[in-house]
Design a protein around this ligand. Structure first.
Ligand code: UD1
Length: 339
């Protein structure tokens, strides 16, 4: 079975390639290296003893995408990660985001619907729910108006796939709505490689603890939560990676399911920012330098997943704890000292 992983050198993509290769799949990675490094291939090889096939490809280049698929017309499934993901940057440059995240999706699907096997897993986000009315958040929760062009590309991306499934009888898709992926592979051979100053909490924590940043700013402690800081559902990236493999197997092997399905991928456990800091200190035995500052614009108060559908329908459940994820993130950060 040959699986195409777009953005396969990125954070979630690379861990998913590991999970696929561990299960015996043949993987083809395409990546434009805009937010990733070729060194990730070495990490994947060290972990799995197998180097995936890699082609540098920019999915915005329609002609290149077409010729890629002419060469690889025997692909059995696609896991599509390649996309830009910085919320602030998307507000400053929305057209870049619509091109990167949506034009590329259209070109990919145009080629996919020509193949014999038409299976795709789409990287979506819990950001589509905005500030949800009920917690935990189930797949039935309404999709709210996106708070950023980035969030909008996830919503529109799902709609593009829904319309395509309706028009193309053999196309099957699952959209995975991720909560907050963190951590690294436990071998510390691959992990997150943030470009510039990290915007996300956990890479900022590990970079502060290692001394690359002076202190962590905690964005607000006056939210209506137990300790006043925001609550999120932090999921180990290897748990998330395994969810992709299970989702892909569902669409490749079962004939009777709806052509488009959505699953939330989280642990079901909400943790506050202060709880994450405490868990990091426990896992790393490091003291973290932090201060409370004003709220960050656009943050929702609390988001954590109702995991029942993923548990029952996909037969998947997150296995790893928050402390394990933070320990793995810390071990990875320590390998990055001279980078
Ligand atoms: C963010 C994006 C979301 C995107 C996701 C992808 C925003 C507003 N949201 O989600 O659209 O899908 O990343 O990974 O950017 N925090 C601090 N200090 C920091 C960094 C974060 O206190 O330096 C807090 C935040 O206020 C939040 C929590 O940590 O409460 C998690 O933040 P983050 O890792 O950026 O994830 P999200 O905001 O959930």
């Amino acid at each position: 079975m040959k699986i195409l992983v777009t953005g396969g050198l990125g954070f979630i993509g690379s861990h998913t390639v590991v999970a696929l290769q561990k299960k015996g799949y043949e993987v083809v990675i395409v990546d434009n290296l805009s937010n990733s490094s070729l060194k990730v291939l070495d990490g994947i090889t060290l972990i799995t003893s197998k180097t995936p096939h890699f082609e540098k490809l920019d999915l915005r280049d329609k002609l290149e995408v077409n010729s890629f698929f002419k060469k690889h017309n025997d692909i059995n499934g696609v896991i599509h990660f390649a996309a830009s993901k910085a919320v602030g940057e998307s507000v400053e440059n929305p057209l870049l985001y619509y091109e990167n995240n949506l034009a590329s999706l259209a070109y990919l699907l145009q080629n996919l619907v020509q193949l014999k096997e038409q299976n795709i897993i789409f990287s979506s986000s819990c950001t589509v729910y905005g500030e949800a009315d009920e917690l935990p958040i189930s797949e039935e929760a309404p999709v709210k108006k996106a708070m950023s062009p980035y969030g909008n590309t996830k919503q529109i991306g799902e709609e593009i796939i829904i319309d395509s499934c309706a028009a193309h009888q053999h196309l099957k898709a699952i959209s995975l709505r991720y909560f907050n992926p963190i951590g690294a592979h436990p071998t510390a051979h691959i992990g997150e490689l943030p470009l510039g100053t990290p915007q996300n909490l956990v890479p900022f924590i590990t970079q502060t603890a290692i001394g690359k940043r002076k202190e962590l700013s905690v964005f607000g402690d006056d939210y209506p939560t137990e300790d006043g800081t925001c609550i999120r559902d932090y999921i180990h990236v290897m748990d998330l990676a395994e969810a992709h493999v299970v989702a892909l197997e569902r669409i490749m092997h079962s004939k009777d399911n709806a052509s488009f399905e959505v699953f939330n991928v989280g642990t079901g456990i909400g943790s506050s920012v202060l709880e994450v800091i405490q868990a990091f200190e426990n896992a790393s035995h490091e003291k973290l330098n932090y201060k409370i500052v004003d709220r960050r614009a656009g943050d929702v108060i609390a988001a954590f997943a109702d995991t029942q559908k993923a548990n029952e329908v996909l037969g998947w459940k997150a296995q790893r704890s928050l402390e394990q994820a933070l320990k793995d993130a810390w071990e990875w950060e320590k390998t990055q000292v001279n980078t």
